[in-house]
Design a protein around this ligand. Structure first.
Ligand code: ZN
Ligand code: ZN
Length: 71
């Protein structure tokens, strides 16, 4: 399990201080604040992550990294 605290949220680029209001996206593995993900889902560009609203490039990179780590 990767460490969530200390990662940077893909939306606001702020570091994540606590697991309480943040999570790893279950679709693309991006670290996100829950409020940022909720906000991004309301207004997300085409191709962004359907689960957390991460930008397309970020979501793809995270997905690839997650798949690499799984091996
Ligand atoms: Zn954030
Ligand atoms: Zn995501």
């Amino acid at each position: 399990m990767p460490q969530l605290v200390g990662q940077r949220c893909v939306h606001c680029r702020e570091s994540i201080p606590s697991e309480l209001d943040s999570r790893f996206c279950n679709a693309c593995s991006s670290p996100v604040h829950n409020p940022c993900a909720a906000r991004a889902q309301g207004d997300r560009p085409a191709g962004s992550c359907p689960a957390c609203g991460a930008p397309p490039a970020e979501a793809a990179a995270r997905r690839e990294a997650a798949e690499r780590d799984a091996r």
